[in-house]
Ligand binder design. Structure first.
Ligand SMILES: Nc1nc2c(c(=O)[nH]1)N[C@H]1C(S)=C(S)[C@@H](COP(=O)(O)O)O[C@H]1N2
Ligand SMILES: [Mo]
Length: 196
């Protein structure tokens, strides 16, 4: 596949493109519904459920260690983008500050605008997952989830919630927006876990 929107993988990239995926030339935007307008001044991040409830501000997140991440991005609608460069905060650096109930097994990710997606706790607390506020050294554009989004590189990108504003900790699995609408509950691109 080639043309305006897609390109062929270079030979050294081909083993990084999961089955059924094509490389996007740009960075497509995939949003269901309206794009919420949130600024760093009014952005809030709340943790609740089986955890000591807490609200974090933008400056709380900026005070945590900041890291650069270069990660591949795979949308279930068959486009991928390799080596996306982000800056942000490791999910584990946030989780380590929380007082989680030992019964927690699942997490619901919540966003401004009402989007949700679910993850088992063990999929969320991987070292490579992060909250991104910067894309290619610029503030994360609103259409890509600014001011803050989650990025879960090892799963299809519907788990990488844009305009994130909280985590709800659960002892059982609940399904998020796309998971309720037929997407796979896990979504691992190499196993093509697209739909359930
Ligand atoms: N809040 C919110 N997050 C979201 C979505 C959405 O519609 N709303 N779409 C998801 C899907 S399906 C994909 S592929 C990626 C797309 O991210 P992008 O628009 O930055 O490419 O965001 C994910 N996160
Ligand atoms: Mo997607």
């Amino acid at each position: 596949m080639g043309g305006k929107f897609f390109r062929k993988p270079e030979p050294e990239e081909s083993d990084r493109v999961p089955p059924g995926q094509h490389l996007a030339k740009g960075f497509p935007v995939l949003t269901y519904g309206d794009t919420p307008q949130v600024t760093t001044d009014n952005w809030e991040f709340r943790v609740w459920g089986l955890v000591k409830e807490k609200i974090f501000s933008w400056s709380d997140f900026m005070a945590m260690p900041q890291h650069d991440f270069t990660k591949d991005f795979h949308c279930v609608t068959h486009w991928s983008k390799l080596d996306v460069q982000w800056t942000g905060i490791k999910v584990t650096d946030l989780i380590n500050q929380l007082e989680l109930d030992p019964k927690v097994r699942h997490v619901m990710v919540h966003c401004y605008g009402g989007y949700t997606t679910n993850l088992p706790l063990e999929e969320l607390v991987q070292e490579e997952n992060f909250f991104a506020h910067t894309l290619l050294n610029e503030p994360l554009p609103i259409k890509h989830g600014g001011p803050m989004r989650l990025v879960v590189p090892h799963l299809y990108a519907w788990k990488s919630a844009k305009w994130i504003n909280g985590l709800e900790f659960l002892d059982h699995e609940e399904l998020g927006f796309w998971e309720l609408n037929g997407y796979h509950h896990r979504g691992e691109p190499w196993a093509q876990e697209r739909y359930s």
